[in-house]
Design a protein around this ligand. Sequence first.
Ligand SMILES: NC(=O)c1ccc[n+]([C@@H]2O[C@H](COP(=O)([O-])OP(=O)(O)OC[C@H]3O[C@@H](n4cnc5c(N)ncnc54)[C@H](O)[C@@H]3O)[C@@H](O)[C@H]2O)c1
Ligand SMILES: O[C@H]1[C@H](O)[C@@H](O)[C@H](O)[C@@H](O)[C@H]1O
Length: 339
Amino acid sequence: MNPRDPLGVAVVGTGKMGADHVRRIQDVVNGARVSAVVDVDAERAKRIASGIEGCTAYTDPAAAMAAADVDAVLIASPGPAHEAALLTAFEHDLPVLCEKPLTPDAASALRVMEAEVRLGHRRVQVGFMRRYDAEYMKLKSLLGTGQLGRPLMLHNRHRNAASPPFFTSSMLISDSVAHETDVTRWLLGHEITAVQVLRPRPSASAPDDLQDPQFVVFETDGGAIVDVEMFVNCGFGYQVQAEVVCERGTARIGDGHAMVTNMAGRWGGTIAQDFVERFADAYDRELQTWVDATRRGEVTGPSVWDGYAAAAVCEAGVRALEDGVRVEVELVERPEFYL
Ligand SMILES: NC(=O)c1ccc[n+]([C@@H]2O[C@H](COP(=O)([O-])OP(=O)(O)OC[C@H]3O[C@@H](n4cnc5c(N)ncnc54)[C@H](O)[C@@H]3O)[C@@H](O)[C@H]2O)c1
Ligand SMILES: O[C@H]1[C@H](O)[C@@H](O)[C@H](O)[C@@H](O)[C@H]1O
């Protein structure tokens, strides 16, 4: 790749997230262009490619990654397809931004980690975009000053307006609480050591057989207790909040409304309806950071180790949900490569 040319990105999976990332690379991010789109749905890939000059549609990720105009890969296919796409990207030694989850379970995440270690250099940034959200970044930097003292508890609320039809009770953990596993590890700098899942009575608005909401409790190796209210059919909007309780004070994010109006005897604001709206700035910052680092030949941001740790916590969480017991998280020793 000529350093003056834009980074040619292959986007694998062009559904809700992939299509939004295609738009972002083309219209928002500097220094990159979409040179390939890949989807098992050939019509969808063709439709998206047809709107972009110099973009080729593929149904096979391996064919796209072998193309001369592909310098990097953004994986936005469903979680179970990530391992194969990551291993193919490693064969071509291509830098990758992989949407969360890295993979849906710890064993497959470990295989990806071993393959990256064998490659000898980091290639993957995992799409835990909350690390790029302005409010979370402020909270992280406040905790870093030490002014509040040591964190003792972290309360999280994660609400979606409605779940997609394919959503299962275990996906509330593996697909959604996955974000709080990363937020907890990143904000507190602790590993999560045990998980419990309490089951409030299911909301009448949730589909039959979906255990929604769930109340998840993490213990950490730093002695903190973390709770997550996970509610994917709350009906009113998309809401993500976090409050850290420390020895000398507390800090809370997620209450912000862009605009408050006074009208007809009432005041108030609006609530985002989905993640694409709530985290738009975070996704923009995440992608720009990835493109800039890739162009410098570096890899920054959440690593495969972070993706593996999140997968291991979620796997323990799914067992805790199914068996109704406290489950300890077992992690392999962290390779020096990721220190
Ligand atoms: N960071 C976030 O906030 C966030 C938000 C939503 C989704 N996600 C993640 O993004 C990924 C995609 O989610 P989505 O909501 O866009 O799903 P989606 O179902 O809308 O889209 C997935 C697309 O991938 C295609 N696909 C399926 N298998 C494939 C394969 N093997 N190779 C290529 N394409 C394949 C499907 O045809 C579909 O077009 C998931 O990992 C999900 O967890 C992240
Ligand atoms: O895949 C999505 C995505 O990760 C969102 O950020 C989260 O709020 C949803 O619960 C999850 O289903």
